[in-house]
Design a protein around this ligand. Sequence first.
Ligand code: IVH
Length: 678
Amino acid sequence: MSESIAMRAAELREQLNYHIYRYNVLGDPVITDAEYDKLYRELLALETEYPELVTSDSPTQRAGSDLSEDFPKVQHPAPILSLANAFSEDDLRAWEERNLKLLPAGSALQYTLEPKLDGLTIVITYQNGYLTQAATRGNGEMGDDVTANVRTIRNIPLRIPVQPGGPPAPERLTVRGEVLFLKKDFEALNRSQEEAGGPLYVNARNTASGTLKQKDSRITAARPLTAYIYSVVQIVGYELDSQWGSLQYLRDLGFPIPPHVDLYPTLSDIIQQLPTWESRKKSLNFEIDGVVIKVNDNLTAAELGYSGKDPRGAIAYKFPAEEMSTKLVGVTVNIGRTGKVTPTAQLEPVFLGGVTVVNASLHNYDQIAKLDIRLGDTVIVKRSGEVIPYVIGPVTGARDGSETAILPPETCPYSGDKIVQIEGLIDYFCPNPLCPERIFRSIEFFVSRGAMDIEGMGPQTVKTLIERGFIQDEADLFTLRREPLLELEGFADKKVDNLLASVEAAKSRPLAQLLSSLGIDGVGSVVAGLIADRFRSVDALMSAAAEAIDEIEGIGPVLAQSVVDWFADEQHRRVLEKMRAAGVKMEAEAKVVAGESLNGLTFVLTGTLPTLSREQATELIESHGGKVTGSVSKKTSYVLMGDSPGSKADKARQLGVAIIGEADLLNMIGGPTQQRLL
Ligand code: IVH
């Protein structure tokens, strides 16, 4: 063994002991659990290979302790052990192989699979069915007596069995579980912090821990903690022979056992379930950081014994880390097409959820202030699934005083205009519609796949065209000419031809697509479809009153006004006129005319019709010359009513408007055969 290996082990010991102190004594960790695990595993690996390196102060020689001065101590009836970790399928297979070697030849192992709840351990004792004591894990031998606090946790039975018909309570029972905040309760807690103007809580588990260790149990009671119970530590007066049996028994006594627990006949079955658990993680209403796999048979588990402080019969499979800490080295300012200012964090590179992350969202300046995030801070960054990574909050304990406040910019970095905050909104804006960055962002959006879908017109091309003065707005795209384009670097014949062909094709996009590409606030593809259907041309929309738009079902007054305001804007009108002149289609396709029998009649639909969907009924009425509106008035000719009608039927009766059914409608247009026209 070289000297440097011994030095590395000493260094790891020192670092780990420091982090254990920060976590357990100060309650203010400066690295994430995943980072701690990584250091711990490195030390464990060194010590396994070179056992002579193990010292009595090595963190591997003790379980962590969370004992505090504030509570009396209680002795656990049996050691409250910890779990070894696995990070891959191979780790799990190796674990089973090691175990099988310790058991008689031919042994087969069954396993339970449980969520690894990201909370803190609680140990609760019942005497003849009455809750008599609750303690934290402490150092595994002794814990803090938090009985008064645990009594406030609403889903923990104070007396068992909870149900009259349940099995009788054993003489003595000590159970182990996890205390945590449900995601919704943690969010609600932060909402009330926000209302009270207090700092937001960053981490649910640390907050749960702080809540459980309150000296005043009224504070604990005021915060909605939840517990799940997953094992029996000791039982007198009843026998349990498996983990699966224990879970069933606990459930029958009235304990909240973790959701989705199951029993599997082999380790391969468990491994098959891992992807399901990873994707389920997000939809669970509590945080998990992995799953726990336990040998089901109690005798076998006991026979396997312990390795250090970990039972060999159980293992935690941890998901790849989603949270890491790193340094916030800068903040860049992005200006969107609406002028909205979005701050983005520049980070020291950090490996997170399988990729290296250097940028993360900081949401907005309001959030930065509430979380008190400062430039130069060590911050916790989270990335889960496909979402953009974001900064959860600062590690205040890691500050050295050199950190500085992050404030919104005074002026727009692109246009130089003064940045403004609109009353009632938390966001800041560049107010200048001619800001070059805003123009770039709106054209970039206009040509993008979800919008006008102009193939070959990527952000870089848009940028070049703006820089070279070829385009100043969306409409200029439609008058691009071949020769000048050919002079641009990298624009060869073929590329230019393709680009011009896709611009040409975009001129005849459906009206709804054009509308949803304009970047009108609140007008995405669904709303654009509704508006296009009703107004059928840009001209009609330009002269529409807000009330007329508001009448469309699914559109409210605020949205209607935003549409009217957009079309009233001089600059927007100029761009639309330029588009029209360039040959961009501004009308909807003519509707199929199937007849004129409903000419001049206005219908309102309510309830579920026997065979026609709402859309089909509307199309049928309109194709026969009728109109469909959203609300009943004296001008309504008929209310077309189906099953479970709403208040519109009552209104019709009040106003004396005729109510008809689907069959009546079909008769009016000449019988059911007409339906086939659809
Ligand atoms: S069993 C000897 N089951 O994870 C039995 N622990 O990393 C050890 N945990 O200290 C515990 N969910 O606080 C077990 N379903 C579960 C668990 C679970 C969360 C916690 C527990 C333990 C830690 C180990």
